[in-house]
Design a protein around this ligand. Structure first.
Ligand code: FES
Ligand SMILES: [Fe+2]
Length: 329
């Protein structure tokens, strides 16, 4: 199956790896164990122990005298270092590597990988620029969803689903794509989203309703296939909401969101936890609808504003080649 081999995938943000706590990561049908030692060195090995196949991610880390750590298998406690070597009981010699480490590209707090495939597109520098300029608020919305990557990407670039999937959150009645700039595997979408006007009773019930603008403007910047950014501007803060997508296997995909902001008012700092919770609810709603779709249903209706999905489909079918038509408008 086409899983866009040769694209870079963000496996995790460094904060998702607590020191010496193994984390299981699945990518393109393979499972790995990742861990970070107390000196922030990150290691990644295939997750199946070469003795009898136990999941190393269920094991524990053992710190060595130099501060580095090895991963101990939960079954018979063999310990593997970052290059996949172990020392067998009764021997005092290290074996050769029994597990081939996964190639990681670590840029600051960002842990990228091509999953041992030949790179076909490069890692954009934008996350490094955001990290240098903005305050990191946290990770949210991490979910492993039982859906294929294409369905996930279509949902994430579907500008009409706010009024169904997320209706109770934003109460959006109408969406207009003001501009779509198609630059091949990179694109920008500028949306105007008209919200239902709250009634007097709604405002009495929830005064926050009054503060939300009538029209939500959104600038989305898309990097096919691994990332989508929402650039948010407000009087209180500038927000960078960075969504990451990964194919875990044919029928399982992972998402998570890294949140950054620049406060223009001290009040903005009070909103951090609310923002993380809000986005977690958004992703939960996406995960829920993705589990309620019949696959392979013939599509007999096309709505306005499906340009983001057209962009996804075109790029998915031809990756990494960019073909016509250009969808800018
Ligand atoms: S299965 Fe891992 S040590 Fe035996
Ligand atoms: Fe959504």
């Amino acid at each position: 199956m086409n899983q866009l081999q040769g694209a870079p995938w963000l496996l995790a943000h460094r904060s998702m790896l607590k020191p010496n706590q193994p984390k299981k990561i699945s990518l393109l049908g393979n499972d790995y164990v990742l861990w970070q030692d107390i000196h922030s060195k990150i290691s990644a090995l295939p997750n199946a122990c070469p003795h009898m196949g136990a999941m190393l991610s269920e094991g524990w880390c053992v710190t060595q005298t130099d501060g580095s750590s090895v991963i101990a298998c939960p079954f018979h406690a063999l310990e593997f270092n970052h290059s996949g070597c172990t020392v067998l009981p009764g021997s005092n010699k290290q074996t050769q590597s029994l597990l081939k480490p996964l190639d990681l590209i670590i840029q600051g707090d960002f842990i990228w990988s091509y999953g041992d495939h030949e790179p076909k597109i490069s890692i954009p520098s934008i996350m490094n620029e955001i990290a240098a300029e903005y305050e990191f608020i946290g990770v949210t919305g991490e979910r492993s969803i039982p859906t294929d990557l294409l369905s996930l990407l279509l949902n994430m670039h579907d500008y009409n689903h706010q009024n169904g999937t997320h209706r109770d959150l934003f109460e959006i009645e109408q969406v207009e794509v003001k501009q779509f700039i198609d630059e091949g595997l990179h694109s920008h979408a500028y949306l105007s989203q008209l919200r239902k006007q709250p009634t007097f009773r709604d405002i009495l019930k929830n005064p926050a309703q009054f503060a939300l603008p009538k029209v939500l403007e959104a600038h989305l910047e898309n990097f096919f296939p691994f990332m989508g950014l929402l650039h948010g501007e407000d009087k209180l803060l500038s927000l960078k909401e960075c969504h990451f997508y990964l194919p875990e296997s044919d029928r399982q995909s992972r998402v998570f969101v890294l949140m950054y902001m620049k406060a223009h008012s001290p009040i903005a700092h009070l909103l951090k936890n609310n923002l993380l919770r809000l986005i977690d609810v958004v992703v939960e709603q996406d995960a829920k609808i993705l589990g309620k779709i019949y696959p392979n249903t013939p599509k007999q209706i096309k709505l306005n504003n499906e340009v983001g999905m057209d962009w996804v489909k075109r790029n998915f079918e031809n990756f990494p080649t960019v073909v016509e038509p250009n969808l800018s408008r």
